[in-house]
Design a protein around this ligand. Structure first.
Ligand code: SF4
Length: 631
């Protein structure tokens, strides 16, 4: 029970009674709610605490263990994955003192059932009229090649955040050397205009030797959080920050609209900030930021005009900072060159020397020189007919900034090839679907937020009809008369290692003109939101016990905003954006910024898909008994 009190800060589990009557109890009036509860099971010295999912599934001595890396966020936790009869039975926290120490979060521990749902793809599919019908691998390869060759280089490639470094590299090389396009993007999520330039100039090419690390966080004097909620968006970062605060008195400042439960457990000081005003807040801290400060900036920061530029300027004052994406595969995709203007290893598409260097390494006659399209432009071009074909992997359209428009784009005349583990909104629109391996079925590499290489090892080695993304792309390249230069994740890693050193030109950060992303209407309130750790993400499908522990969705507002509407906690509050609306129970939150409403991005309802709004947008609030919104 000391884990709850000391490590995670969730202390509503305790030892009750004395001596021989001692027993583990929870509080009668307060439930024990923790994102880290599985650690208590793992370290229970007598095995009295067990998990609902694993109980009676296997005896420990029947299990085969594999050390691997969690795929559910960019923390990069080591896992011990136990399987029996080719099925994963449980996942435990691995012991890696430099990363997750000996802990993990419940999302990583219990969120591994998504690959055994009824929608798992086990054979290729080819479109015949309105139907996707099962096909053999040769039939599917032929159909895909016919569509891709008809499109020429008018092809876009969208890769989501699930890919290992090896798979991401295969897509990057396939796009450039086989198809001849620079229109490739890993950002299947909302992003701002500055982000690609920021990542190319300041993030790609770092190694764990020069980046901020967990150890740096633990010993920092000051940490500032901006656009980043550690407990939800990178839970092991949260545990390390809490340790830093408890053991080393690290002063943590959260630039956010309210003090979250996670921030409170880290002893953080709130700098109350409405969404969209983080730049002023960060600049206002200028006097306090020094070489002993680390600024942690989340991927949401790019939605705030000027914020990434403000972060980049911190380096000039010796302030260290780290960009922390949410998904496990984002930094690997970046290093692999899955951005339109960026080739593997931080080479620039616009640099002729870099292109020649890769042409020689890849034995390619020519690499495309055009700037390429980013994710949003790819979908727009598909919709308008300018793009003839699209290759998509690991993309959930509900994560895109305009899910309905993304769906329309795929349903247009564009030829869609989908490489996917499960049926999805993309496969439904696809012309050819290839089933690809789950993470537990392949070897590979992730790169965590520290830029630390994290090994992925195959757990389930039973022969099946699915292949890795690398191998499918190699087969497509063969059929198109080209050579991908790799046939397996091991080949891909070796090929990438060969070209990883690049001494040539690097990108310079170019800030775009600010202000475009935020609506400037004074009506309504500002929407604040982020993705909570346990939400409706497809990676949690099948983890029903875990999902029952997820906090329910609420609409947080300040006491003054609530008073203006005449609502109390628990009253129904409707968020209105044009003709779209979402109704949630209100949660009146002390200390919150006035004129702001916060709701989780994807719990029960998707704000992107249903409300069609993103953080920083203005929405109207309507209480059930209220005639109007907040002025
Ligand atoms: S913190 Fe992230 S990487 Fe670690 S177990 Fe949780 S979801 Fe997985």
């Amino acid at each position: 029970t000391r884990f709850g009190a000391q490590i995670s800060g969730d202390d509503f589990i305790s030892l009750a009674e004395r001596g021989g009557l001692s027993q583990i109890s929870i509080y009668a009036s307060r439930p024990y709610e923790s994102l880290f509860s599985g650690n208590i099971i793992q370290i229970c010295p007598v095995g009295a605490l067990t998990s609902v999912d694993y109980r009676f599934q296997a005896r420990p001595f029947d299990l085969v263990s594999t050390t691997s890396t969690c795929e559910n966020c960019a923390s990069g936790c080591e896992l011990r994955i136990d399987h029996r009869h080719f099925q994963v039975k449980r996942r435990l926290a691995g012991n890696d003192p430099e990363v997750n120490e000996e802990w993990n979060c419940d999302k990583g521990r219990f969120g591994f059932y998504y690959g055994r749902q009824d929608d798992r793809l086990t054979h290729p599919l080819v479109r015949r009229g309105d139907e996707l019908v099962p096909a053999s691998w040769p039939e599917a390869i032929d159909a895909a090649v016919a569509g891709l060759q008809a499109a020429g280089s008018s092809v876009g490639v969208l890769v989501g955040g699930r890919l290992t470094l090896e798979n991401a590299f295969a897509y990057s090389r396939f796009a450039r050397a086989v198809v001849g396009t620079n229109s490739i993007d890993f950002r299947a999520r909302p992003y701002g205009a500055d982000e690609a330039s920021f990542l190319a100039a300041h993030v790609v090419g770092q190694s764990v030797a020069d980046a901020v690390t967990y150890a740096d966080l633990e010993h920092a004097k000051k940490v500032v959080l901006v656009g980043f909620e550690p407990e939800d968006e990178s839970p092991i970062v949260f545990l390390r920050l809490r340790k830093a605060w408890r053991q080393n008195s690290t002063a943590i400042t959260a630039i956010a609209p309210f003090l979250s439960n996670g921030s409170a457990k880290m002893g953080a000081t709130l700098l109350p900030t409405p969404p969209g005003h983080e730049v002023e807040a960060l600049n206002g801290l200028a006097d306090q930021l020094d070489a002993e400060t680390i600024v942690l900036v989340g991927e949401r920061a790019s939605l705030v005009p000027g914020l990434l530029a403000a972060v980049a300027k911190l380096s000039a004052r010796d302030v260290r900072w780290a960009w922390i994406p949410r998904r496990a595969g984002e930094l690997a995709a970046l290093e692999a060159g899955c951005l339109p203007g960026l080739l593997p290893g931080g080479r620039l598409v616009s640099d002729a020397r870099a292109r020649v260097d890769l042409q020689a390494a890849w034995g390619a006659a020519h690499l495309p020189e055009d700037a390429g399209l980013d994710a949003q432009a790819i979908l727009q071009a598909a919709d308008s007919g300018k793009l003839k074909a699209l290759i998509a992997a690991g993309v959930d359209l509900d994560d895109m900034v305009h899910p309905a428009e993304a769906r329309d784009s795929l349903m247009s005349n564009v030829f869609v090839v989908s490489l996917e583990q499960r049926r999805s909104s993309v496969t439904r629109a696809a012309d050819v679907v290839f089933p690809v391996a789950l993470l537990e079925e392949q070897n590979g590499t992730f790169i965590n937020w520290e830029h630390r290489v994290r090994p992925v090892r195959a757990v389930n080695t039973r022969a099946s009809n699915v292949m890795t993304d690398v191998r499918v792309l190699a087969a497509l390249a063969d059929a198109m008369g080209a050579d991908l230069g790799m046939r397996s994740p091991a080949h891909a890693k070796a090929a990438l290692d060969e070209i990883s050193d690049w001494e040539g030109a690097r990108a310079q950060f170019t800030a775009s003109a600010g202000g475009a992303e935020l609506t400037d209407s004074a009506e309504g309130v500002l929407l604040a939101s982020w993705r909570t750790a346990l939400d409706d993400s497809r990676c949690l499908d099948g983890a029903e016990t875990l999902k029952r522990t997820a906090p329910g969705a609420v609409a947080r507002i300040s006491p003054a905003t609530a008073a203006g509407l005449g609502v109390s906690s628990g009253d129904a509050l409707t968020l209105v954006n044009g003709g779209a609306e979402v109704t949630l129970p209100a949660a009146v939150t002390a200390g919150m910024v006035d004129g702001v409403v916060w709701a989780p991005m994807n719990v029960g309802v998707s704000l992107l898909a249903t409300l069609q709004a993103r953080p920083g947008d203005r929405v109207r609030l309507v209480a059930d008994h209220s005639a109007g919104g907040v002025a």
